[in-house]
Design a protein around this ligand. Sequence first.
Ligand SMILES: *Cc1c(COP(=O)(O)O)cnc(C)c1O
Length: 387
Amino acid sequence: MEELSIDEQVTKKISDAPIYVTRPNLPPLERLYPSLEAIWEKKILTNNGSFHQSFERELARYLEVKHVNLFANATLALIVGLEALRISGEVITTPYSFVATTHALQWNGITPVFCDIDDRTFNIDPDKIEALITPRTSAVMPVHVYGRPCEVDKIQAIADKYGLKVIYDAAHAFAVRIKDKNLFLQGDISVLSFHGTKLFTTFEGGAIITKDEKLKRRIDFLKNFGFADEVTVVGPGINGKMNEFQAALGLLSLEYVKHEIEGREVAANLYQHLLGGVNGITTFAPPEDISYNYAHFPILIDGGEFGRSRDQVYEELKRHSVFGRRYFYPLISDMPTYRNLPSARKENLPVASKIAERVLCLPMYGALEPREVEFVCDCILNMPTRR
Ligand SMILES: *Cc1c(COP(=O)(O)O)cnc(C)c1O
């Protein structure tokens, strides 16, 4: 390739469109029209309509599980899931996640207890859970960060020993498959997100996966104000229902997941190739033994070794209209709502604190083109040491 300065490369880009951290995977619009016409004709917009029923059934089949509960979004699903399982007191969770994980506890009047993370998976470190258990602990709420599975067996062994429930925030893990068992049937429930930034989207949306028909029914009631029938309200329900528009889109979009993941894999391999051996940058090959979804492409930047800090790289990329995201910085435990909790102290969370200072998620989506990946990497690698 001829030598071009970064600024020349910017102008050389075929399109000047910014490159965002992700881009939604939408099916061809014309394929959605028949569903929209059906909704307009029937005039059933929500409340367990026919698209809701079909999507619930097809999603369960896709995920190879029995019971799926659709939701308007994953945050409501987490809140209702905790209520459905009657979780109270303290819940051990990770500070290295999107804020909604901890907010769902707070909305249920539960005290979050932050546990440090593993420095390879960025998931909750199972070896540090036991020390945080008190008589008030009722559950563990781990996150499959970037779609990389938690150590589910170790976590379950601790939960069984102490009689705790396990709620997995699986917002990043859509379509991930592990060996010999189903990831979404680990723990008591798993929660998926279909937000526009996720691999599979219904604009907004989410789902709870349960193993138990009674629990599925209780969740059905709770997400619809607690109504068990026209006159019976069984609990402090909320409105968490997914509407027919979202369900119709989800049903159609299931056909496009495979293609999206294939595109992401190509981009991830190219990033890996271009950034893999660079001094001061750590990349992560997909976990072995699993079918991965390439939900995100995180890199760690060691400012001392690389010569530029994570934030300098982040700002430099922005200057070239490349918008990476510092998922997850700041830690949830550093946010004003939670930072005064005893478990939020930095010295209790050394690994999470270090990773949060170094991590940068690079653009990742199925339609990301090789020349765009190359451009992002050029911006990182050819960046002047001082600016
Ligand atoms: C996106 C996300 C959520 C929230 O999902 P919504 O559907 O936007 O409510 C929760 N947890 C994690 C880890 C997420 O990434």
